[in-house]
Design a protein around this ligand. Structure first.
Ligand code: FAD
Length: 460
């Protein structure tokens, strides 16, 4: 059977590419080695958010019940049910993608896909059976997997990746997390909320190092208050996996010595998952190299999502999917590469940003004004019992255009959507402040921070 398009990988890059091509009337197959939905739905974005919801609920009830007027004799949780809810959520959503494949007439092929030649894909099923298929176009969307720390290989019990961290049978008493990026801090919040003694070790000067420095510092303060030990600016100098526990030696301002814990979660980034067969040219970090239309070095073969390198996010993978497919099948479509994109971290407090950090503006010599408002000044935040955090907006000094938005606090990951649109549409402080924001909402922090950038905040 000859297809218009075969997509290898069924994550938010691959399944979106397959569905969009089918919507455009194309004959499509999607080859998936594991389960539709990819890392995102099965082992990433979605199951972690389910665990985070449980963690937040438990943390509120166990630490703030009195404040909200609750009392009870026994508060307990069942770890396997906590994990079970997260797996159920993943299953439901992965099933939803399989339904969408059916609805759109997409052939969903289970097995490992390999590009054997331009236009040719070989699929190896779980039982070893091989089948061949042909297509005018092939998109590789095989994603990425956790990177190991070379002297400390994953063993699934004492040294784990994010995948195992989602399904540990027993909650560990103590955990060291190496890496304070989004994944590291989300798990730090989850495990600490349930009472695991958590230490986070980060080599960079601040937590969530890609974020604005003030945001990283504020997260460290909040985490420390919650009982998480934060060792930013600390180097790991030695590791030992003792089977029943791990020993991690660190060097830095706060700690110079060996830390011990039941489990070490290594969250230092990812490496690409390349399909078998003919290999396209790679970047120096080993990701698939793509051109302006997402084309690889193999004729008729394209690549999108995590396998092509940063940004390593579900929404950028889906954006690339649409761009790549419309570039192939919609005449005259002007293919876009990822420009501004929101980055969200769902620990508590949440962190979200879009555009440039203050650090980057300084480095680039761009003149800017800062509008910063704490959630404490926002009525809805007080009513919700969430006064911690702030919004920091960066506007161009000369033209007043939005350059960057950085939010830490409750609902930051929802609030950032408005800032993404504003940045994409090159809105100015005046245009944003003259937009009426509903009262009482958390979004008033955007309005107020914009007024602050102009020097006339009302509530602060
Ligand atoms: C713990 C964790 C939390 C995360 N949280 C977020 C978040 O909150 N927000 C966010 O935007 N991003 C998050 N991410 C990142 C996000 O999951 C990825 O950026 C996203 O899934 C990338 O999509 P993709 O389609 O490129 O690859 P993937 O989702 O990884 O999908 C690739 C698919 O290809 C399949 N595959 C691989 N090789 C083959 C082959 N040879 N043949 C057939 N199939 C193959 C794999 O089984 C997989 O299903 C998180 C990641 C992790 C690990």
């Amino acid at each position: 059977m000859a297809y218009d398009l075969i997509v290898i990988g069924g994550g938010p890059g691959g399944y979106v590419a397959a569905i969009r091509a089918a919507q455009l009337g194309k004959k499509v197959a999607c080859v998936e080695a594991d389960r539709a939905g990819g890392t995102c739905l099965n082992w990433g974005c979605i199951p972690t958010k389910a665990l985070l919801k449980n963690a937040e609920l438990y943390h509120t009830l166990s630490h703030r019940a009195k404040e909200f007027g609750f009392s009870f004799d026994n508060l307990s949780y069942d770890w396997s049910s906590v994990v079970g809810r997260s797996r159920k959520v993943s299953d439901r959503l992965a099933g939803g993608i399989e339904f969408l494949f059916k609805k759109n007439g997409i052939d969903y092929v289970r097995g490992l896909g390999a590009v054997t030649a331009p236009g040719k894909v070989e699929v190896t099923a779980a039982d070893g059976t091989k089948t061949q298929a042909e297509a005018k176009h092939i998109i590789i969307a095989t994603g990425a997997k956790s990177r190991q720390l070379p002297p400390l290989p994953f063993n699934g019990t004492s040294v784990i990746s994010s995948k195992e961290a989602m399904v540990l049978e027993k909650q560990p008493e103590s955990m060291i997390i190496i890496g304070a990026g989004a994944i590291g801090v989300e798990f730090a919040y989850i495990y600490n909320a349930f009472g695991t003694k958590v230490t986070v070790v980060e080599m960079a000067p601040t937590m969530v190092p890609v974020e604005d420095t003030e945001i990283g510092e504020a997260l460290e303060k909040s985490f420390t208050k919650q009982g998480i030990r934060c060792l930013a600016n600390h180097k790991v100098t030695a590791t030992a996996d003792k089977g029943t526990h791990v020993e991690i030696t660190v060097e830095g301002a706060k700690e110079n010595g060996t830390l011990k814990a039941d489990v070490c979660l290594v969250a230092i980034g990812v490496q690409p998952v390349l399909p078998g067969g003919e290999q396209p040219a790679l970047t120096d970090r080993g990701f698939i190299q793509v051109g302006d239309r997402y084309e690889t070095s193999i004729s008729g073969v394209y690549a999108i999502g995590d396998v092509t390198g940063p940004p390593l996010l579900a929404h950028t993978a889906s954006f690339e999917a649409i761009q790549c497919v419309e570039g192939l099948f919609v005449e005259g479509h002007k293919v876009r590469k990822v420009g501004n994109f929101p980055g969200c971290t769902y620990c508590h407090p949440q962190v979200a940003s879009v555009g440039k950090t203050e650090r980057a503006l300084k480095e680039e010599g761009i003149e800017y004004t800062v509008g910063k408002i704490p959630f404490m000044a926002i009525g809805k935040a007080i009513a919700a019992g969430e006064p911690d955090g702030f919004a920091k907006l960066l506007y161009g000094k000369k033209h007043g255009e939005l350059l960057g938005a950085h939010i830490i606090g409750d609902n930051a990951t929802e609030l950032i959507a408005e800032m993404g649109l504003a940045l994409d549409q090159e809105l100015t402080a005046e245009e944003i402040h003259s937009t009426i924001h509903a009262h009482p909402t958390m979004s008033e922090v955007i309005h107020e921070a914009t007024l602050a950038a102009e020097g006339h905040a009302i509530h602060f």
